[in-house]
Write a protein that binds this ligand. Structure first.
Ligand code: BG6
Ligand code: MG
Length: 220
């Protein structure tokens, strides 16, 4: 394993909750409730795809202009939430894991579908943790398409099979596997069961797990 690639929202920091709060507020304004279960479908996919799913759940029809307006509204609320973020909000164990990986000679990258990823990175003051940062503005197809991870591997100059991805979204796990990478799912084993390993948090990942994954056949 020459490189580790981290998703941002829900893996490094709990911004997945801020996305949910903003979508929930939009749904409430449109007259329906968005459940945590519904929210799982929004993880990892682009802003406009998330909106399309939200509108589908609410049974709401809207033309392209209206969709644009609603997505913008959600993004304004999301930005209000992240503007208040503090560096202390980074999940426990993330910094120690990244430093350990880098001092063992591995490269570390961030790969997020979010167009707000650079803002979050600045709020958390974590730019120096990564060799490469790829965000939603640099790709055409979001997860579950493997594009973001393949682009990250290319920028890291590491072959995809030598990359390990940390992901909390079902779409993200699928994208990592489609890229031919190994994947650690962060969250529910029921939802993320396709990953090579599922943990409750990044902080639970150990050096032993890394060497175990290095021995695992790519085909799982
Ligand atoms: C992903 C989140 O990281 O970014 C999704 O998991 C979100 O929930 C997507 O929709 C796009 O984010 P943004 O910030 O560009 O609206
Ligand atoms: Mg995520």
């Amino acid at each position: 394993m020459e490189a580790c690639i981290f998703d941002l929202d829900g893996v490094i920091v709990d911004t997945a909750r801020y996305h949910y709060l903003a979508w929930k507020r939009l749904a409430a304004e449109l007259g329906f409730e968005l459940t945590p279960e519904d929210n799982e479908r929004l993880k990892g996919v682009s802003r406009i795809q998330s909106l399309n799913i939200v509108l589908e759940i609410g049974g709401i029809d809207a033309d392209a202009n209206e969709r644009e307006r609603l997505a913008e509204k959600k993004n304004t609320w999301f930005n209000e939430l992240i503007a208040k973020m503090e560096p202390g909000e980074i999940f426990p164990g993330v910094k120690a894991l990244v430093s350990g990986l880098r001092s063992s000679g591995r490269k570390v990258a961030l790969a997020s579908s979010s167009k707000n990823a650079q803002l979050v990175v600045d709020r958390l003051q974590i730019r120096d943790l990564f060799d490469v940062i790829v965000d939603g503005s640099m790709i055409e197809h979001t997860k579950p398409d493997p594009e973001i991870f393949l682009l990250t591997a290319e920028r890291l100059d590491v072959p995809p099979p030598n990359c390990l991805v940390f992901e909390d979204a079902e779409a993200g796990v699928e994208a990592a596997l489609a890229a031919g990478m190994k994947c650690v799912g962060i969250g529910s084993p029921t939802r993320l069961g396709k990953a090579h390993l599922v943990l409750p948090s990044v902080g639970a990942f150990t050096a032993e797990m890394l060497s175990q994954l290095e021995k695992t056949d790519q085909s799982k």
